[in-house]
Each structure stands twice: as C-alpha cells, then as structure tokens.
Design a protein. Sequence first.
Length: 232
Amino acid sequence: MTHHAHSPDLLGGGIFTVPETAELVEAPQASVRTWVNGKKGRQQPVIENQLGLVNGKVAVSFTNLMELRFVARFSRAGVRLNEIRSIMQEAKDTLAHPHPFATRIVFQTDGRKIIAAITRKHGLELVYEDLKTKNYEMPIVVMPSLKEDVIFDPAGNVVAWFPRKEIAPNVIVHPRFSFGRPVLQGSRIPVEVLADAVSAEGSVRAVAQQFEIPERQVKEAVRFQADLRQAA
C-alpha cells in the first residue's frame, strides 16, 4: 500500500530548531543543519523537511526528528553522508512511504528484511538482536534500542520518544506536549523548567514540593537537562 504525506500540524506536530534537534539526537549542529538543508551546490538534504522556516529559523517536525534519529545513528556508525542519503531514499522508494523511519515499518518483519538488505548493500550491518560478540569489521547500528525508546499509534506512526531512557525513563518528547519540548511523562512539566528551578532554589526537595512531584523525577529532569546540554 502506498502511503501519502500530509501537511504537518504545527500545533500538534512538534517544532524543533536545529540546536534543539542536535541536542536530542546527539549530533553536532553543523551536521544536523547539513542533513536538513544540504549545502548549496555540494550536498542535497538527507530528509524532506516538512516545516522549512518557522519564525525565520530552520525548524523540523517530530516526524523529521525521528528520521534524524536514524541519520545520527548511521553517522555515528561511520556511514558516509552520501551513503546515508541513498539508504534513506531507497527505503522510502522500496517501502512506498514518505517517512518510513518515523514508523513501525522498519521494525516489522518485511520492513526489517528490506532495511537490512538496503543497508547491507551500502556497507552497514543492522543488528536486531543483542550482540553476543562484537564485530569490529563493520559499522553497527543496534536496532532494538531504537524501537524500545518510542511509542507507536495504532497506525504504526511514532508518536512519542524517550530520548534518554536509561538515565531519565520518565522524560518524554511528545509533539502534542509543550510543542515537543522534553517533559515528564505523567505531569507534563517541561524538564528545562524543573532543572532551572533546582538551579535557582538550590534544592531538589523544594522544587519537588513546589511542583508536587516525587524528588526522583526532579532528579531525572536535572540529569536529563545536564546530559542534553553536553550532547551536541
């Protein structure tokens, strides 16, 4: 079945600047800007940007953010940019979906086989099971973590992401919460607000009492924000 692209919902589809995207996907800002915009006369963009300019700044949607998560993982695995671009485009064409890396398709049996074949052709091995031995001969992208860190809707689209699940399991990026800013899953309080409050108050307990949430969640927010600032 062929899937058709729709115009993103600016209020519910998330709006992320290049610096914010770079922090979340753990990639240099210059790299993210190239992946989104390309370089005039030298490089084509890697993704199809749904938003373009928002208030005069380059912005991407949550769907694009999920694609850039894969691009960043490919890049960290040592795959060259032109190869990443080819992989992304071939996956779109083969799976007949404009944004397959923002869906469950790439993790399903058929999609998994297709993506594995495409990436293998381009010199990259995708690993879907836990590694018992390390392979230093070929760059590796570990897929299970990419699936476990996201939530899908009934149609198979990624609708939420836990960008640092190991250190902050309650911090979620959801395009309908605070325009996609990282928030605590239950209370939906922006992580940055909590981290700044702790900095100002000098007390996790005081902030927890102020916002009526557990201290452990305030600590998560502080850990997450500190990690985010070091990422890009």
